[in-house]
Design a binder for this molecule. Structure first.
Ligand SMILES: [Fe+2]
Length: 137
């Protein structure tokens, strides 16, 4: 399967650790897509979903700390967006745990996970990146 979601240098937020986390997130989302497409065992898919959930939480905490340390004024709104996403992810994970995977999940993973992240990094994360870059210079 081709790589659907890929980090490009234009997505950089000016922080190496966060850039690496974003890369890994997109990599894992591709891995999840492939595992569903290849109709792998629920156990295999479940492990990726659970790893991704933990990784997302870790990443969002790190990013929020970074924004707070840099006095980003829109942290509250940004945090709300993260919270909303986490809620949706938990719902997705619960549904998977109850019903197992289905090929319909592919569409959901592409739009709710992959497209969401690409858009979030390119728009919301860019806002704090721009702010921090400007205030530091
Ligand atoms: Fe973010």
């Amino acid at each position: 399967m081709e790589i659907k979601f890929e980090w490009t240098p234009s997505m950089s937020v000016g922080n190496k650790i966060i850039d690496e986390q974003h890369k890994k997130l997109l990599e894992k989302i591709n891995e999840l897509l492939t595992s569903i497409e290849e109709e792998q065992e629920n156990e295999v898919i479940g492990k990726i979903i659970s790893f991704l959930g933990d990784y997302i939480n870790e990443h969002l905490r790190y990013e929020e700390k970074y924004m707070a340390e840099n006095f980003y004024p829109d942290l509250k709104d940004h945090r709300r967006i993260h919270g909303y996403f986490v809620e949706k992810y938990n719902d997705f994970e619960n549904r998977f745990n109850e019903n197992g995977y289905s090929l319909e999940m592919l569409q959901e993973v592409e739009t709710f996970l992959g497209d969401w992240w690409v858009k979030h990094i390119g728009q919301e994360d860019k806002k704090y990146a721009d702010y921090i870059r400007e205030t530091k210079s």
